[in-house]
Design a protein around this ligand. Structure first.
Ligand code: HEM
Ligand code: SF4
Length: 570
């Protein structure tokens, strides 16, 4: 279908200002170092405001108190969000102890946010604490390099550590991909770790002097789990095994969820299958995809710059042929694979290595001491006695991994006492929200703070229709940028204005279909009325094991999105 709309390989025209900024940044240095000394403002000035994103930080302010500060003629209360690089979401307990302490001592909110891209963020780091944050990460072998802006960001990997050896191998590839595609500039080490400037000139053989046209996201997926939600990502490697050993990957390119309200030139898109490659070609192919997007991605319009738009403009076959040419390979036909779900298995599971793994459900990924649930203190106590590691999942949960049978009871005791093992229903386990208010500057409606009560109301609807243990993959995202991945949910709410959302339905449980807008700009009450009516029908009319999203399509309640680039907005 995409082949009907070939366009130019390179879009000519006036480059966006972001391109100037990158070119003039001296390989991401800008004047960040000097700016750090400027105590007159709590923020970063000029280009540095955006450049710090390449170093894993966003400048934000507390939107709950913005108006009050303005009235007092004060600048907004600036503080940074800092996001770590954590390929595959694996973090040692030693590292955890360090980040817990930092959150406690040096952030405004005192919390750690597990993100749905398998890493963690600190919110509310004052300017004076920014350098100490990077130093702390360095001391424990972590960094925040390239976790935001126009680079390959944190590489995801299916987080199940237990069921087959494949997961270990897949994780190793996630790490290799992350390292291979990192910026080579020494700017990060010079600015944050005071490392000497090396005399040689910088070079970016893969990303180029002006880096990528837009953010770029990569996953490694081990079927039958699609927990990483591959279709939200630019480049995806689906693990293919033979006799229990990883032999290669299917490559899928060009997924992405961000849209703009009312702008029909923007769309969410599922990734296209390019074909199968044996393992030895993995890095060359990854590099070829990244450099093709680097050279062909639209640098004149950031709203049209992601890989999904490049694919649609030049045609999937043309993009694929270029990747083959650059990598010196031919894709084999895509090998068979199947997904059965996206959720995490909460609770204890025994692994093939005879060790135990405990997946803890963390609502919204927010690790904080609540009055009745000291989650943060509990995890810190586990981190003090646990010798394995922690694994962050793409569902914002945390796995205490590699627990010997002899230590199970002690860990479980702490987890129970601190509310980390409170029973929740499948509906809550399968619900997710982005951060949104108060920290996100782009938020239009509440998400993280709205979700818990909203889920309770959806649970009541399920109960009313006598399907209390069922679930509908439900996600809320505070604006159409889509960080909450609502456009791969069965029920997706996309923030429009305070208290108002667009309601999307018709996605499926395994995350391979984009839901279509069903009602526009409605309130929570209206959303719940729609859900009540639809769940009532689903409960009565569904076929065996038929998910809510599939039902809404089969029953003709909503038309499936088949070719999102063209029919998402119909
Ligand atoms: C134009 C598109 C986008 C922009 C401008 C954007 C911007 C942002 C901002 C400002 C934050 C920080 C919010 C905070 O922590 O206070 C954020 C968080 C995040 N975004 Fe995005 N985003 C975009 C699209 C996406 C998409 C499509 C995804 C994934 C499908 C994504 C994944 C995330 C994740 C994982 C976080 C961390 C917090 C969380 O788990 O919700 N973003 N984004
Ligand atoms: S979806 Fe919008 S509101 Fe939510 S974190 Fe992303 S940018 Fe912020």
């Amino acid at each position: 279908m995409s082949e009907k709309h070939p366009g130019p390989l390179v879009v000519e025209g006036k480059l966006s200002d972001a391109e100037r900024l990158k070119r003039e940044s001296n390989y991401l240095r800008g004047t960040i170092k000097e700016d750090l000394q400027d105590g007159l403002t709590g923020g970063f000035r000029g280009d540095n405001f955006l450049l710090i994103r390449f170093h894993g930080m966003y400048q934000q302010d507390d939107r709950d108190i913005r108006a009050e500060r303005a009235e007092q003629k004060l600048e907004p209360r600036h503080a940074m969000m800092l996001r770590c690089r954590l390929p595959g979401g694996i973090i040692t307990t030693e590292q955890w102890r360090a980040i817990d302490k930092f959150a406690e001592d040096k952030t405004i909110y005192g919390s750690i946010r597990l993100t749905n891209r398998q890493t963690f963020q600190f919110h509310g780091i004052l300017k004076k604490n920014v350098k100490p944050a990077h130093e702390m990460l360095h001391e424990v072998g972590l960094d925040a390099l390239a976790t935001a802006n126009d680079v390959n960001r944190n590489v995801l990997c299916t987080s199940n550590p237990v069921e087959s050896e494949l997961h270990q191998e897949a994780y190793e590839w996630a790490k290799k991909l992350s390292e291979h595609l990192l910026p080579r500039t020494r700017a990060y080490a010079e600015i944050w770790w005071d490392q000497e400037k090396v005399a040689t000139t910088d070079e970016e053989p893969i990303l180029g002097e002006t880096y990528l046209p837009r953010k770029f996201k990569t996953t490694v997926v081990v079927p039958p789990q699609n927990d990483v939600d591959l279709h939200a990502n630019d480049m995806n490697f689906i693990a293919i095994a033979k006799d229990g050993k990883l032999v290669g990957f299917n490559l899928l390119v060009g997924g992405g969820l961000s849209i703009e309200h009312g702008n029909k030139a923007t769309y969410a898109r599922t990734a296209s299958e390019f074909g199968y490659i044996p393992l030895e070609h993995t890095l060359a192919v990854a590099e070829a995809v990244v450099t093709t997007q680097r050279d062909w991605g639209n640098r004149t319009d950031r709203k049209n710059a992601k890989t999904k738009y490049t694919l649609e403009r030049v045609g999937v076959e043309v993009f694929k042929a270029e990747v083959e040419r650059r990598a010196g390979i031919k894709f084999e036909p895509t090998r068979a694979y199947e997904f059965t779900g996206r959720g995490d298995r909460i609770g204890w599971v025994k692994g093939i290595d005879d060790k135990w793994h405990l997946t803890l459900f963390i609502e919204n990924g927010r690790i904080l001491d609540y009055p009745d649930r000291p989650l943060k203190t509990g995890l810190m106590a586990i981190a003090k006695i646990h010798k394995g590691d922690f694994r962050l999942t793409a569902n914002q949960n945390l796995i205490v991994a590699g627990v010997p049978a002899s230590e199970k009871a002690a860990i479980e005791k702490i987890a129970k006492e601190s509310g980390l093992m409170n029973a929740v229903k499948p509906q809550r386990e399968n619900s997710m929200a982005c951060v949104s208010f108060p920290t996100c500057p782009l938020a239009m409606a509440e998400a993280e703070r709205f979700l818990p009560q909203f889920v309770t109301k959806v649970e009541e609807v399920l109960e009313k229709h006598q399907v209390p243990d069922e679930h509908i993959v439900t996600r809320v995202t505070g604006c159409p940028n889509g960080c909450g991945r609502a456009l791969l949910a069965e029920i997706g709410l996309v923030g429009k204005a305070p208290g108002r959302y667009n309601l999307h339905i018709g996605g499926n449980r395994i995350g391979t279909r984009i839901p279509r807008m069903y009602r526009e700009n409605i309130t929570e009450l209206e959303i719940l009325a729609s859900i009540d009516e639809l769940v009532g029908r689903w409960a009565k009319e569904r076929e065996a094991d038929e998910g809510f999203g599939d039902f809404t399509i089969r029953a003709g309640i909503i038309r499936p999105v088949l070719d999102p680039a063209r029919d998402l907005w119909d």
